[in-house]
Write a protein of this length. Structure first.
Length: 267
């Protein structure tokens, strides 16, 4: 009995192409060879699209009629203050390397190949020619002045920011002071009302005591008139001792006055 053939779908076993991955952000390499002197090369390099990367730098000598001559490799990872001031990443993108040039080589033919470690892209930077170097020398003082003015503006901006913070703090303190003053005014109004109530109560007490004193004086006046009438009657009946009656009346008046003074003092 012949064997039964098995049908195989070649699509299920054939290797499938890898799924496309999202394209990485393209590199934006910038750099410059600042100087080549005394057997050393100075410059900087960074990737604006990947500012955290430290670019690989291959130094080489450009030659007419032949391939470039490799001079060495270095990583652009040295910190430099002017790079940080100009916001070239965190400033740690400078490079420096020692090179050995052939006796007949011109230092101006040294170039740098900058490579991004993230994307693998490269850029070649050469030194400016003599005319460009003279232009750079003429432009450098003006660029320096512009940089100084920019630094001054940054300092002024920081001072303005500090002044703004100070003004904001003063305004907050002023608002808190106004709120406290309003609270004190309310409390003072309450205290003033309490004092006025106490004064009114004292005035009522004084008024009552003055009324009592008036009643006492009226009674004392009636008593004195009674003394006068009694003295006059006794004198008419007895026809004598007028001095004793006068002394008795004076003593009564004195006691009445003394009682009134004591009452007024107690007020």
């Amino acid at each position: 009995m012949p064997a039964t053939a098995t049908v195989v779908d070649l699509r299920s076993v054939a290797p499938q192409p890898d799924e496309p991955t999202p394209a990485e952000t393209a590199a934006a390499i910038e750099g410059h060879i600042d100087a080549v002197q005394d057997g050393r090369v100075y410059g900087w390099a960074w990737d604006r699209a990947h500012p955290g990367d430290r670019l690989e730098v291959e130094l080489r000598l450009e030659r007419d009629g032949g391939p470039p001559l490799p001079l060495g490799r270095v990583v652009a990872d040295r910190p430099r203050a002017d790079l940080a001031d100009n916001r070239i990443g965190d400033g740690g993108h400078a490079f420096e390397a020692e090179i050995v040039l052939p006796p007949d080589a011109a230092p101006g033919r040294v170039s740098a190949v900058l490579r991004s470690p993230t994307t693998g892209e490269t850029e070649v930077f050469t030194q400016p020619n003599a005319e460009e170097q003279r232009f750079d020398q003429l432009l450098a003082p003006h660029l320096q002045k512009i940089a100084e003015r920019i630094d001054a503006m940054r300092r002024d901006q920081r001072q303005l920011a500090a002044a703004q913070q100070t003004v904001g703090r003063l305004l907050r303190d002023l608002n808190e002071g106004i709120a406290a003053a309003r609270n004190d005014t309310a409390q003072a109004g309450t205290a003033q009302a309490d004092r006025q109530e106490a004064l009114a109560e004292s005035l009522r007490e004084v008024t009552e005591r003055v009324g009592s004193l008036e009643v006492f004086l009226i009674r004392m006046d009636s008593t004195l008139r009674g003394f006068d009438s009694a003295i006059a009657g006794n004198a008419a009946k007895s026809g004598g001792l007028p001095m004793l009656a006068l002394v008795s009346g004076a003593a009564g008046a004195f006691l009445a006055t003394l009682a009134g003074l004591v009452l007024f003092r107690l007020m």
